[in-house]
Structure formats: structure tokens, C-alpha cells
Design a protein around this ligand. Structure first.
Ligand code: NAP
Length: 250
């Protein structure tokens, strides 16, 4: 019987000693996932662009007690160059020797304009942070994931990355691209110990959602902590063999 990732139940140590890098772990869904993964036994690598915010997440995890001490990886996905990516991979290699999970969670929303009015510089920035940086990070970390017996890559997608909506511009297009990148990666590693899948978290109470829908009633939105189950499923051993698929958290 196949498992529904949304209602998946798991033991308290389901991610025990799995080494997992989460991008955009300073805020929102990435932060909640980092804290949860640490609680479930993972060795978490907190990625972000703001050291002070990452240190707060680090402290929150340490305060849980009886968890593996997280690592911090600072890299601005808008401006990082090839040397920065290599330095990140080298530091993970030196500290841990392998990588079992990579969650491409960081993203920016850009502008909510029609294609006709969309600013070209903003378009490039959104595509760079949401798509090209994910490619660069995946590429540089693949050798470390190939050392894992069971590596899992997750791309954060969106409803507008599956069925497009007007005025969602580069963000929607970038999420279509992310769905494609995940499928390409999955196909290339179909016979290896590496899987790649997408998760659409759905409407979630974060700063990004607030930027997109400033007027909505936030009380009815799920919190980041409430939408994590498919991520946990995909990061743990129970999803071995599941690849090239797209899931919804809600
Ligand atoms: P969020 O609260 O805005 O968090 C985004 C994260 O990405 C933050 O940690 C942010 O860092 C980081 N980030 C942005 N630009 C970066 C850069 N240049 N370099 C490094 N890190 C950068 O967003 P969220 O709502 O949690 O979204 C997480 C993922 O879920 C995204 O991929 C989003 O597209 C997807 N999603 C969210 C919703 C929703 O309703 N919230 C719905 C569908 C899909 P700072 O803390 O430094 O800003």
C-alpha cells in the first residue's frame, strides 16, 4: 500500500543522523523544517544569507536539548559565485563527508505584475535565486550526495508552478522550472541512490505569503509547523525509491 505523504506517521528518530542542508532556514517554512528535522535526529545545516537570523535558529535548536549541534552556511543566492559554492561544498565535506538531504526552500517572490509590465531586472533576480542558484547548489553538492547510501533532494514548488496564474510573473515561471529541474535530476539518477521530488507547501503563514496577500486573514492559514509532514517523509528512509514526483502539503 502506498503512503500518503500528508498523513504519514513516523517515529521520533526518523531522521536520525541524516545530514540535511536546508536553504532559506532563517525564516518561514525553512526555519520550521530545520527545527523539526533537528528534533527528529537530523544533523542540520542551516543555510541563509543573514548570519544573525541563522544564529537565532541555531540557538532555538540548541535549546531543544539532546539534538545534534547544527551547522551554519551563509551564502547569498543572489550574488554567490562559483568559488562561494565550492567553499560551501568543501566545508560540508570537511565537516561531514557526505550529504543525505538537500532542501531547496529559499526563494523570492518578485513583483506581481503582468508580463507586459514586468521589470526585466526583477525577472532575472527571481529566476537566478529561485532556479539558477538551485542548479548551482545541486551541481556542487552532487558528489557529496553520491557518497550517501540514500540521498534525497526536495525542491519547494508552488500551485502557480503547476497551473499558471496571471500576474504571478517570474515567480510562477521559476516554479515551473523547479518542477522541471527536479524531474531531470530524478531521471538522471533513477538507478542511483538519489531521489528528487517537489513539494508544494500550499498557502502558509509566512512573510512571503504576507507579501503576496497583504490583506488576507492570516488566522485561517496553516502555520509552517503544520505543513511539514511531506518533507519529513521525503527526507527519511520510508520514501526510498520515490522520485520524480510532485506532492502537496495541503
Ligand atoms: P519566506 O518566509 O520569505 O522565507 C524565504 C527564505 O529564503 C528566507 O530564509 C530567506 O532569507 C531566504 N532567501 C531569500 N532570498 C535569499 C538569497 N538571496 N540568499 C539566501 N537566502 C535567501 O518564504 P516561505 O513562505 O517560508 O517560502 C519557502 C518556500 O516555500 C519558497 O520556495 C516558496 O516559494 C514556497 N512556497 C511558499 C508558500 C507560502 O504560502 N508561504 C506557498 C507556496 C510555495 P532571509 O530570512 O534572509 O530573508
Amino acid at each position: 500500500m502506498s503512503i500518503d505523504p500528508r498523513t504519514y506517521t513516523y517515529p521520533d528518530d526518523v531522521l536520525r543522523e541524516r545530514i540535511i542542508l536546508i536553504t532559506g532556514a532563517s525564516n518561514g517554512i525553512g526555519k520550521a523544517l530545520a527545527v523539526k528535522a533537528a528534533r527528529l535526529g537530523a544533523q542540520v545545516i542551516l543555510h541563509g544569507r543573514n548570519t544573525a537570523k541563522l544564529e537565532k535558529v541555531y540557538d532555538e535548536i540548541i535549546e531543544i536539548g539532546d539534538v545534534l549541534r547544527p551547522s551554519i552556511a551563509v551564502l547569498d543566492l543572489a550574488s554567490a559565485n562559483a568559488e562561494d559554492y565550492t567553499a560551501l561544498a568543501t566545508s560540508i565535506e570537511n565537516e561531514f563527508g557526505r550529504l543525505d538531504g538537500l532542501v531547496h526552500n529559499a526563494a523570492i517572490i518578485g513583483d506581481r505584475f503582468s508580463i507586459e509590465q514586468y521589470d526585466a531586472v526583477t525577472w532575472q533576480r527571481v529566476m537566478h535565486v529561485n532556479v539558477t542558484a538551485g542548479f548551482a547548489l545541486t551541481q556542487v553538492l552532487l558528489p557529496l550526495m553520491q557518497r550517501s547510501e540514500d540521498a534525497s533532494v526536495i525542491f519547494a514548488s508552488s500551485g502557480v508552478g503547476r497551473v499558471a496564474r496571471g500576474f504571478w510573473g517570474a515567480y510562477a515561471v521559476s516554479k515551473f522550472a523547479v518542477e522541471g529541474m527536479s524531474q531531470v535530476l530524478a531521471d538522471e539518477h533513477r538507478h542511483a541512490h538519489l531521489r528528487s521530488n517537489c513539494v508544494n507547501p500550499g498557502a502558509t503563514r509566512t512573510d512571503m505569503r504576507l507579501a503576496a496577500f497583504p490583506g488576507e486573514n492570516r488566522d485561517i492559514l496553516k502555520t509552517p509547523e503544520q505543513i511539514l509532514t511531506p518533507y519529513i517523509y521525503l527526507l527519511g528512509a520510508d520514501s526510498k525509491g520515490v522520485t520524480g514526483e510532485s506532492f502537496d502539503s495541503q
